[in-house]
Ligand binder design. Structure first.
Ligand code: N2P
Length: 357
């Protein structure tokens, strides 16, 4: 009898532990189901009012988590143990996710609002016919600077960043592809360079930028630059537009050697538990009025043609943030460089960060 009681206690304890573990994982990894929708997005990349409205409209509860680089997002998703329903990766990351079988094809019959997307952003090489992805925001990567602090320097080139008078004045985004990319671009090499000699040369050149680098940071870069904590930032265009919205003394330039033009897209990962809800969410974000509100809030450039009609001209006619095809055609899109090269870029970036210490 005693044995039966002991067994009962063990079984009870195990069941309790399992229940506890499940609820812990639910909270930590955003496990979702039919009445929830788990979204994994870049930080500061959606108007929170739209989330509330979507919840009200559909009765779904949104669980929201953020990442700050494609690499961090890829690591988390490919390690498994998450059930995100909607994710917003960039171009080359989508090609990697496809390669790893991490995406579910979209059901376009459930996305009638996709017709508002500018065809210029459709059928991209990383996802022919938009089988898996729908454009969300796009932009460039360049230099934002405060002319009042740096008075006589006129920024036109990546190489202007190396000017010795800019000691401790530059903020960089904590992202491998971007920082290694600026080293490569300053040498007029491709952003998709795979030649080890050229990559090492770019890294050595970046090491020489170290005295001018004040910090390597995340989304706080916007607040730091708007508050004039540094004179220069190397940022994504949408962040620049938001910073300039807060402090119009600053200006943004696409350096003459060229830069990256990127496109972030909404996808549904393989592990999604609410594919129906994910389609509803994508279609909701594609609604032109919602897309326009999201654009005004986030500050990035919308690929939604119809949304442009709801936005003030001072936004849509600003060529710093809505450059024409004649400019974007000269810029480079990141390619998926494969596992080994990606690790090599990450390694170089880590070495560069160590060099600063
Ligand atoms: C938003 C970052 C956008 C990333 N904070 C550009 N791909």
């Amino acid at each position: 009898m005693k044995k039966v009681a002991q067994m009962f206690i063990v079984v009870f304890a195990a069941a309790f532990a399992l229940m506890y573990l499940t609820s812990y994982l639910n909270a930590r990894h955003g496990y979702s189901g039919a009445d929830t929708l788990t979204i994994y997005n870049w930080g500061d990349y959606i108007d929170p009012d739209l989330i509330v409205e979507f919840e009200r409209e559909t009765g779904l509860k949104i669980i929201y988590q953020t990442f700050d680089s494609n690499e961090a997002m890829l690591t988390k998703i490919s390690h498994g143990g998450t059930t995100f329903d909607v994710v917003i990766p960039s171009d080359y990351a989508i090609s990697k996710m496809k390669e790893q079988g991490l995406l579910i094809p979209l059901d376009h019959s459930k996305l009638p609002n996709a017709k508002y997307i500018d065809p210029r952003f459709l059928d991209m090489p990383f996802d022919d016919e938009n089988e898996y992805s729908i454009p969300y925001f796009w932009g460039t990567y360049g230099i934002i600077y405060n002319p009042e602090i740096i008075n006589d320097i006129e920024f036109t080139s990546w190489n202007d960043l190396w000017n010795p008078s800019l000691r401790n004045e530059i903020l960089l985004i904590d992202s491998a592809r971007e920082v290694i990319g600026l080293g490569l671009n300053s040498l007029c090499y491709s952003l998709n360079e795979i030649d080890i000699g050229r990559l090492r040369e770019a890294k050595q050149k970046l090491d020489r930028l170290t005295p001018n680098v004040k910090a390597i940071v995340g989304d706080e870069i916007k607040m730091l630059l708007a508050n004039e904590e540094a004179a220069i930032g190397v940022v994504w265009s949408g962040d620049a537009s938001e910073i300039i919205g807060d402090n119009d003394k600053l200006d943004y330039v696409i350096p003459e050697e060229g830069t990256n033009v990127w496109l972030d897209n909404i996808v549904i990962p393989k592990t999604a538990k609410n594919v129906e809800g994910a389609h509803k969410f994508i279609n909701f974000m594609l609604d032109p009025e919602n897309a326009a509100r999201n654009t005004e809030y986030v500050g990035y450039s919308t690929p939604n043609m119809k949304a442009l009609e709801y936005l003030p001209e001072e936004i849509t006619e600003d060529e710093r943030f809505y450059p024409g095809v004649e400019v974007t055609d000269t810029l480079e899109v990141y390619e998926n460089l494969g596992k080994r090269m990606t690790s090599y870029y990450n390694e170089l970036f880590l070495e560069f960060k160590m060099h600063r210490k």
